[in-house]
Each structure stands twice: as structure tokens, then as C-alpha cells.
Write a protein that binds this ligand. Structure first.
Ligand code: NAD
Length: 246
């Protein structure tokens, strides 16, 4: 049975991705720092789903997680680097400490995840899917750190894709770029705003298709990239954003 590992799987997009890969027939190992939420979802999914704790910004935590996958399953077919945070702040207001935290959770996580997973994945090949953002292309001035982390995730992913292809590992690496999706990360951004209704209306106005996204929209793209239908796809960016970046 093929193994899929999802970070930040307790909530939002990660939970929808874990659900979808489970429906697709993967044995899903979901991870998060939210042990309660992660355990609850694994129990809800039932057979062939389990939860382990992983702090994506910690090298030690990654080594333990990949070691666990190797000991228990002996393989890893799909890695979804999904965990991430968003901090509001422009170049004048974002603190250096907040910037470093955002890079640690959004970018170090992808570096550590790929570096540790490749050693296990390269035996059978596989698919790595890194969740970036439409903000890697379309700048939002109040997300100074976030925009930069997601642009960096995009180029790091292409670099890893090329490395893996040239090494003949059979590992594909792609990025998925959501527009605004209705998840807790967006709810938090709305709650930090002085006028949440106006901000939500402005999010919708940003998406020519006339709505913000649902987590299942992202899960469907991840499902494709994880599947045998995508074996010729690597180093690519997939914008699932209702036209936001047009
Ligand atoms: P979310 O806040 O609902 O979920 C994020 C999950 O990551 C949470 O369960 C949280 O506990 C976990 N997490 C946070 N720090 C962690 C850490 N150090 N180690 C492990 N897990 C950690 O967010 P979401 O909206 O589902 O976002 C998921 C991904 O999608 C993020 O990378 C985000 O940047 C990206 N994204 C989201 C949107 C959106 O509109 N929701 C848009 C573009 C990109």
C-alpha cells in the first residue's frame, strides 16, 4: 500500500488533503503540532490513517518522523509540505523576529522535509507537493514576510525537482498555489482586521471567478499530482486561485 505523509494535517487545507488522499486509497500519515486535532482526524478517517506529532521547523522532529515512516512502513510515496503560517505586517511593521519565525515554519520546513524524505523516497520514487501561495506571484503589501517565504518555496521546489530528475530518483516535485481559501488561517487574518466584512469582500473581489476557494479545490489538485496521471509533471507551479494572479 502506498504511503502519503501530510504536514499541518490537523486543520484547513492539510485536513482536506489528508481526507482526499485517504479516499484515493493511500495509507495516510498526517502530522501537526496540534496533537488533539490531528488525532481526531486520524480517528475519524479510521483504517489506514494515523497521526504523528511533527514540528516542521525542527530538524530533529523531521528526522524522527522520517525514521518512524521508514521503520513502520519502509517507504514513502507522497509528501505534502502543507504546514504554514501567515503573519500580517508590511516592511515597516513586521518585526524581524516574526519574519524569522515565518521563514522557519514556511520555508525551513520544506527544505527539511524534502531533504529528509528524499533518502527514503528514492528507493521507489514518489511525488512531493509543496503548498506555496498565489502570494508568491501577486504581491500583497501587508504580507511582506509571507510573500517572500512562498516565492522562496517555489524556487526551492524547482531546484529540488531538477536535482531529483537529474539523479534519476523518480521523484517529482511541484508547487500548488492557492488563492484565498476558507480555512482557519484566513479566519485568523479576518479576525485581526478592523473590518472583517470589508476584508472578506475584498478577498472575493480579488478572485475573478467570484468566490474564494474551498479546501477541496486544493485537495483535488494534490490528488492529481500524487497520482500516476502526473508522472510527466515536475518542477511546475499550479495556481488554484480562481484567476487571482491573472
Ligand atoms: P491552517 O492554519 O488552517 O492550518 C495550518 C496547520 O499547520 C495547522 O493545523 C497548524 O497547527 C499547523 N502548523 C503550524 N505551525 C506548525 C509547525 N511548526 N509544525 C507543524 N504544523 C504546524 O492553514 P491553511 O489555510 O490550511 O494553510 C495551509 C497551507 O496553505 C499553508 O502553507 C498556507 O500558507 C497555504 N495557503 C493557504 C491559503 C488560504 O487561503 N488558506 C492560501 C494560500 C496558501
Amino acid at each position: 500500500m502506498k504511503i502519503a505523509f501530510v504536514t499541518g494535517g490537523a486543520s484547513g487545507l492539510g485536513a482536506a488533503i489528508a481526507r482526499r488522499l485517504h479516499e484515493d486509497g493511500f495509507r495516510v500519515v498526517l502530522s501537526d503540532i496540534d496533537e488533539q486535532g490531528g488525532t481526531r482526524l486520524a480517528e475519524e478517517l479510521g483504517g489506514w490513517a494515523e497521526f504523528i506529532r511533527l514540528d516542521v521547523s525542527s530538524e530533529e522532529s523531521w528526522k524522527a518522523a522520517i525514521g518512524y515512516l521508514e521503520d513502520r512502513h519502509g517507504r514513502l510515496d507522497v509528501l505534502v509540505n502543507n504546514a504554514g503560517i501567515t503573519t500580517i505586517g508590511n516592511i515597516e511593521t513586521l518585526s524581524f523576529a516574526a519574519l524569522k519565525r515565518e521563514f522557519s515554519i514556511n520555508l525551513d520546513s520544506v527544505f527539511l522535509g524534502c531533504q529528509n524524505a528524499i533518502s527514503l523516497m528514492k528507493t521507489y520514487g514518489g511525488s512531493i507537493i509543496n503548498i506555496a501561495s498565489g502570494c508568491s506571484r501577486k504581491v500583497k503589501p501587508d504580507l511582506a514576510g509571507y510573500n517572500a517565504t512562498k516565492a522562496a518555496v517555489t524556487m526551492l521546489s524547482k531546484t529540488i525537482a531538477l536535482h531529483c530528475a537529474k539523479q534519476g530518483y523518480g521523484i517529482r516535485v511541484n508547487t500548488v498555489h492557492p488563492g484565498a481559501m476558507r480555512t482557519p488561517i484566513v479566519d485568523k487574518v479576518l479576525s485581526q482586521s478592523d473590518d472583517p466584512d470589508a476584508l472578506l469582500a475584498s478577498f472575493i473581489a480579488d478572485h475573478p471567478i467570484g468566490r474564494i476557494g474551498e479546501p477541496t479545490d486544493i485537495a483535488a489538485m494534490v490528488s492529481f499530482l500524487a497520482s500516476e496521471q502526473a508522472t510527466f509533471v515536475t518542477g511546475a507551479e499550479f495556481f488554484v486561485d480562481g484567476g487571482m494572479t491573472l
